[in-house]
Design a protein around this ligand. Structure first.
Ligand SMILES: [Zn+2]
Length: 128
């Protein structure tokens, strides 16, 4: 896993970088817990389904596994978004719409710190 540089930041507001770092730590923790959850599901499925393919728990395990896998994928995507946002705070492009180039606005960045589009572009285009 790539670690973000902890060097100097060119953010006008340092709290943005701090907030992204906090969110990153939480997301990394969430990924780890989902991974171990998934391991547990797979392990118990292997133990209980050894010689019985018609295990009544089979369907539930499959569902749990699919759900956890989906949550894990979401968390990993989130981590990528956060890393990209952190990168933008270091190169100075943070807070600028990557579609039209105008400022995204403090309020919107407060609500969605990882957004790459201003409200106008986001409403015109599908979610990025
Ligand atoms: Zn825009």
């Amino acid at each position: 896993m790539r670690q973000p540089m902890s060097g100097p930041r060119s953010v006008r507001d340092d709290s943005t970088g701090d907030r992204l770092q906090t969110e990153r730590t939480e997301t990394v923790r969430r990924i780890a817990s989902l991974e171990s959850e998934l391991d547990g599901i797979i392990e118990s499925a292997l133990l209980s389904n050894n010689d019985d393919e018609h295990d009544p728990d089979g369907a539930t395990t499959g569902y749990e596994r699919a759900k956890t896998t989906a949550m894990l994928q979401q968390a990993r995507l989130r981590l990528v978004e956060i890393d990209q946002a952190i990168e933008r705070t270091t190169d100075g492009s943070y807070g600028r719409c990557n579609h039209c180039g105008s400022a995204i606005g403090e309020e919107r960045l407060d609500a969605i710190p990882t957004t790459t589009r201003c409200a106008a572009c986001a409403s015109l285009l599908p979610k990025n």
